[in-house]
Design a protein around this ligand. Structure first.
Ligand SMILES: NC(=O)c1ccc[n+]([C@@H]2O[C@H](COP(=O)([O-])OP(=O)(O)OC[C@H]3O[C@@H](n4cnc5c(N)ncnc54)[C@H](OP(=O)(O)O)[C@@H]3O)[C@@H](O)[C@H]2O)c1
Length: 277
């Protein structure tokens, strides 16, 4: 039986991939920085490795045919991609909603750089280009507990995706054929205004929560501090402003690949109700 290596195996998406693969009887190896601290399903082999130190991942790649690769926002390491190509046949990369780079074009986000590195290997690849995760709304948890979420662009309609759907798509690409050289843009099943997302979380958790519109200039400073990047905060604010007039797009890719609709934001909130309490 072939072995599938999962990076980010304890993370938001990776942990669901590991569980789903193990439950389906696949041989799974998890790349973790500390095997003693990682809590993994029975039967999953934990191997120590750090993506900032390419030499440390070589042992984890022995005997592996497929790799789920996520990149945790670190400086990009071309050597890691080379090593994967030296050992494995297939890679499924967790990317974001990015555009393909043209020849010679400079990447705007690191995902484009990693996609280009992967394309330049002999690997069979699939890019899972996920729209923002529903889990990002956990960043509102403190404000939800206090009953008011103060942010700009309450009418920005978002198509956030449940992390389990990302995992299910990745598992499909790792374990079935027909996904070679595919870049799947995956979203939730509908676009919902941010103020409505807050209302749904309140309803599911049994709290009275309201949205309070904050001027974008005031939010900019807070978000730049929270994310330690004024550039990132500006990019997010610009995107949200755009989603007020043009709701974030919705694709049917999850449904096409999995034969069932993408999970709703309400179902995500139900799964995470305790995290907001
Ligand atoms: N959040 C979004 O809306 C969004 C949207 C599209 C794409 N993405 C992308 O999705 C990916 C996952 O994002 P996330 O926020 O959900 O992260 P995450 O999976 O929760 O990140 C934590 C995971 O990264 C692993 N990790 C961290 N540093 C590592 C290192 N140096 N070497 C090896 N493993 C390391 C951790 O492993 P240990 O067990 O070793 O701690 C843990 O499993 C990112 O590339 C992000 O850009 C996110």
């Amino acid at each position: 039986m072939s072995t599938i290596l999962v990076t980010g195996a304890t993370g938001n998406v990776g942990r669901h991939i590991v569980s789903a693969l193990a439950a389906a009887g696949h041989r799974v190896r998890a790349l973790v920085r500390d095997p003693h601290r990682a809590s993994l399903p029975a039967g999953v082999e934990a191997v120590r490795g750090d993506l900032t130190d390419p030499g440390s991942i070589e042992a984890a790649l022995h005997g592996v045919t497929s790799v789920f690769l996520m990149w945790p926002g670190l400086p990009v390491s071309p050597r890691v991609v080379e090593l994967i190509a030296e050992h494995a046949e297939r890679v499924v990369y967790l990317s974001a909603d990015v555009t393909d780079l043209r020849d010679g074009e400079r990447p705007v986000v690191f995902h484009q750089e990693i996609e280009r590195l992967i394309r330049n290997t002999g690997l069979s690849w699939t890019f899972v280009r996920a729209i923002d995760f529903a889990g990002n709304t956990l960043g509102w948890a403190d404000q939800i507990r206090r009953g008011v979420v103060r942010l700009p662009y309450g009418q920005a309609a978002r198509s956030l995706i449940h992390e389990r759907d990302i995992a299910d798509v990745a598992v499909r690409a790792l374990t079935t054929g027909g996904h070679e050289r595919a870049a799947y843009v995956i979203t939730g099943p509908e676009s919902i205004p941010q103020a409505e997302l807050v209302r749904i979380i309140g309803e599911v958790t049994g709290r009275d929560v309201r949205w309070e519109e904050l001027p974008a200039e005031v939010a900019r400073e807070q978000l730049a501090a929270a994310w330690a990047s004024a550039e990132f905060a500006d990019a997010r604010l610009r995107a949200w402003a755009g989603f007020v007039d043009t709701p974030e797009r919705v694709t049917d890719t999850v449904e096409r690949l999995l034969g069932r609709p993408a999970r709703t934001f309400r179902s995500w909130a139900e799964d995470h109700a305790d995290d907001f309490r």
